[in-house]
Design a binder for this molecule. Structure first.
Ligand SMILES: *[C@@H]1O[C@H](CO)[C@@H](O)[C@H](O)[C@H]1NC(C)=O
Ligand SMILES: *[C@@H]1O[C@H](CO)[C@@H](O)[C@H](O)[C@H]1NC(C)=O
Ligand SMILES: *[C@@H]1O[C@H](CO)[C@@H](O)[C@H](O)[C@H]1NC(C)=O
Ligand SMILES: *[C@@H]1O[C@H](CO)[C@@H](O)[C@H](O)[C@H]1NC(C)=O
Length: 291
């Protein structure tokens, strides 16, 4: 990710890890995103062939909707810009209650297990060492802030998204955590978490795309919330630099503050200051329960 920008208009949050313009609103001059200097969004249908995930609200969560396996099972996950792994409840031995059907790898023809001795296992976030009789790659992770933990096997599956024209967009052999033993202390009932960090085992790190963007509306009648991967570049917006770092984090360097409806929130600018050497700066963590 070379550049990024953040701005918020009313209760619309739009973050682009590249240049971006939201698809549903781009055409109308009255839209807050209208940019008369931007070139037309798409000149060819091929430009709209990139993975996109509609975001639906479930309780207090914005959840990405996508399919897993073959045939694809429709499922949901929290889009998490600060998370390095994609994981879902799967092949359960000890799962919590979730609101949609749980993925059963036995019913999918594309599930591939990963050996614990493979490089893929070693390079995947939260994988544990080969230290038992289990030849398959295991992982174990816990999130303190949302009271969630997941344990299971690292495996590969087809994740099916849609594209800009509602066609299917399958991503084959995506490494993910098949969570067999999971806890959901606060009762969120969400099937899993979609890691969107810059780590090599997140959805973004595994894809061949170099940018992604998301837009969340608080009211679905204003526009459609979605996460887009490989969003085509559109010129004409302000950007702020990301600080390259080894943890996969998106650290925004030159943020001067947070604005709500044009008014700057009273937080000293120094709070956002970035110091070379990976300290300070602003991180936007879409998976956190607090700011
Ligand atoms: C998984 O991680 C938790 C918390 O870090 C730890 O308490 C637990 O023993 C681990 N389980 C295994 C099987 O490694
Ligand atoms: C996915 O991985 C399997 C096993 O490694 C391989 O046989 C298959 O060809 C791969 N599929 C694609 C679409 O790359
Ligand atoms: C969403 O927007 C519509 C149209 O502007 C409005 O009628 C409705 O009350 C809004 N809903 C909420 C929950 O704010
Ligand atoms: C993201 O990851 C790539 C590949 O590891 C790296 O070159 C790049 O600097 C990273 N970007 C940030 C902002 O850390």
């Amino acid at each position: 990710m070379a550049s990024a920008m953040v701005f918020s208009i009313s209760r619309v949050i739009l973050v682009c890890f590249a240049f971006c313009l939201p698809l549903p609103l781009q055409g109308t001059p009255e839209s807050p995103f209208h940019n008369p200097n931007a070139k037309t969004f798409s000149s060819s249908e091929d430009d709209l062939f990139y993975p996109l995930s509609p975001v639906v609200q479930m309780g207090k969560h914005n959840l990405m909707k996508f399919g897993i396996g073959t045939p694809p099972l429709e499922t949901f996950a929290i889009p998490d810009t600060a998370s390095n792994l994609v994981w879902l409840q799967c092949g359960c031995t000890n799962c919590y209650t979730q609101t949609s059907p749980t993925f059963d790898p036995k019913k999918s023809s594309t599930y591939e297990s990963i050996k614990c001795s493979s490089d893929n296992c070693k390079n995947t976030a939260y994988s544990t060492n080969c230290n038992g009789l289990d030849p398959d790659c295991s992982y174990n992770l816990s999130f303190q802030d949302i009271g969630t933990s997941s344990r299971g096997h690292i495996a590969m599956e087809t994740l099916t998204f849609q594209d800009g024209l509602n066609r299917k967009y399958p991503m084959f052999n995506m490494t993910f955590g098949c969570g067999q033993d999971n806890k959901d202390t606060f009762g969120f009932k969400v099937p899993g978490i979609m890691g969107l960090s810059n780590h090599s085992s997140s959805l973004i790190g595994q894809s061949s795309f170099i940018d992604f963007s998301y837009i969340f509306f608080s009211n679905a009648s204003i526009g459609r919330s979605e996460v887009r991967i490989g969003f085509p570049p559109i010129t004409g917006h302000l950007t702020t630099a990301l600080a390259p770092n080894s943890k996969g984090l998106y650290i925004f360097k030159d943020v001067d503050g947070i604005y709500v409806e044009g008014e700057k929130v009273d937080i000293p600018e120094s709070v956002f200051g970035y110091v070379e050497g990976e300290s300070g700066g602003l991180i936007i963590d879409t998976g956190a329960t607090f700011t």
